[in-house]
Design a binder for this molecule. Structure first.
Ligand SMILES: [Zn+2]
Length: 476
């Protein structure tokens, strides 16, 4: 018997045979419902840590309530469903296995009714009820995912990990065309079950085809993970054509929805830190830090990082809590597998050491510094594979020694732009609206935000979004 055959039969023995709740068919799946829920839970925690939730309890509660009432009338009402808004300007929404569903503030800003929100949530619920992601994952991926989300054995290094985002990438799978079509069909059905005007799904696709990816975000856009919205719009139109809808009984709920968007940040929020070239500024925490030229940078909730062009070294900063730097350094070295190297770094803050750490990715070597600023202890760190330290040390040293107090009042005072809702006192075109109620975004963007074609006349009493304020510094 060949080894290969043996491997295959073992794999089959491990596989669970699950009934697909939507199709009712037996589905060959390697993932049990328990695994599916567990994976989703871990993934959701990772998403919340790396991207962060929008701090707006009313809006969170509202989205959760709309989502849960939709999910209650599906084939899998008993899953631990959750619906949360991420503090991210990208236009996106996604589902994790077993029930966690996320929408960004970016997609919320671009919608104008509860029915449209129901279309997005319905589609994502469809991916979960039809077990699209659970069905795609293999055991090997599961093992990798466990590693990715649990990270390397050192929890401190975990904060910086690319691995965390590798795990996230696996969960944010691009589904096949068939799965997307099925999620659209299911979403439409769930919208109707919830009493929503299913025609709003068309508005959603129109909006998606007009929005383009915003730069510098932590998430991929919906457009980059989904088929062409134009095609989906046509398919949905056909589907709607076959239904005998009594639209007079269906609801849109624009007012209830729009009211909650008042003052929501729009676009990047520079108060959470921003890059200008390779220099990073954090107005809220009042510090700045320089990254090496040509390195890819990312501002995550827990850490700000730079990755070398060859992706073989990482340098970054994370909050280490409120313990004094000496104690934080001791704690770092009390982790299993982490050891100081004998040489002492020159020209860095006092609590700095070279180190070696045994991780599940192999042995890494690097340099770390702990320092206090504004009552918070920060860890700065640069690391690479053992043997590469000498090559990367100058870059690590330059970044670690560049930490400075930020005191430029112009930078300290930056504010995000915000949405403002205006109730029209009389009918007017969007151009007239733009002239009378100025926005800090161009007319085309305003049209996309409101789902309005240029030249279209808006009736008196309609609530129209505009964008106000925002002193976002331009990235060079
Ligand atoms: Zn989808």
């Amino acid at each position: 018997m060949s080894r290969r055959l043996l491997a295959v039969s073992l794999l089959l023995a491990l596989a669970a045979c699950v009934h697909n709740p939507v199709t009712g068919k037996r589905q060959f799946s390697l993932v049990s419902q328990r695994d599916e829920i567990e994976l989703g839970k871990q993934g959701a925690e990772d998403v919340r840590q790396s991207i962060g939730l929008l701090p707006n309890p009313q809006l969170q509660e509202y989205v959760a309530q709309v989502g849960k009432s939709l999910a209650a009338k599906t084939e899998r009402p008993d899953l631990p469903w959750s619906f949360q808004v991420l503090d991210d300007p990208t236009v996106n929404a996604f589902a994790l296995p077993g029930g966690p569903i996320f929408v960004t503030r970016g997609i919320l800003a671009h919608m104008s009714s509860e029915a449209e929100l129901a279309a997005v949530l319905g589609h994502e619920i469809g991916h979960v009820t039809a077990r699209h992601s659970a069905g795609q994952l293999t055991r090997a991926q599961l093992a990798q995912l466990g590693l990715g989300l649990g990270m390397v054995l050192s929890p401190d290094l975990a904060k910086y990990g690319e691995l965390a985002s590798a795990g996230l990438g696996l969960l944010l799978l691009k589904y096949g065309r068939g799965a997307e079509t099925q999620a659209d069909e299911l979403g439409l059905r769930y919208m109707l079950n919830g009493g929503y005007d299913a025609r709003e799904m068309l508005d959603l696709f129109e909006m998606l085809s007009r929005t383009s990816g915003k730069e510098g975000s932590r998430l991929p856009t919906w457009l980059s993970t989904h088929p062409d919205p134009g095609d989906r719009l046509k398919e949905t139109q056909k589907r709607l054509g076959t239904l005998n809808l009594d639209v007079s009984t269906l609801r849109d709920e624009p007012a209830r929805y729009l009211r909650l968007l008042q003052d929501m940040p729009y676009g990047q929020n520079p108060r959470q830190g921003f890059f200008q070239g390779t220099r990073f500024f954090h107005p809220e925490l009042r510090f700045q830090l320089d990254f090496p030229q040509g390195w890819q940078t990312a501002n995550q909730t827990q850490a700000v990082l730079g990755v070398s062009p060859q992706k073989d070294a990482l340098v970054g900063l994370a909050v280490a809590g409120t313990v004094p730097p000496e104690q934080a350094l001791q704690q770092f070295f009390s982790q299993p597998g982490v050891q100081p190297l004998t040489v002492a770094p020159q020209g860095l803050p006092p609590q700095s050491r070279f180190f070696e750490a045994r991780t599940e990715q192999g042995v890494v070597q690097g340099v770390t510094s702990f320092l206090t600023h504004g009552g918070t202890t920060y860890q700065l760190i640069g690391y690479t594979a053992a043997g590469q330290l000498a090559a990367h040390e100058p870059a690590f040293r330059a970044t670690l020694s560049s930490f400075r107090e930020l005191n430029d009042p112009a930078v300290l005072g930056v504010q995000p732009a915000r949405l403002d809702l205006v109730t029209l006192p009389q009918a007017m075109t969007l151009e007239q609206f733009h002239a009378r109620y100025p926005s800090t975004v161009p007319l085309e963007e305003l049209a996309t935000l409101n789902g309005v074609a240029p030249g279209e006349t808006l009736p008196a009493g309609q609530q129209v979004k505009r964008v106000v304020g925002g002193t976002q510094p331009r990235s060079p």
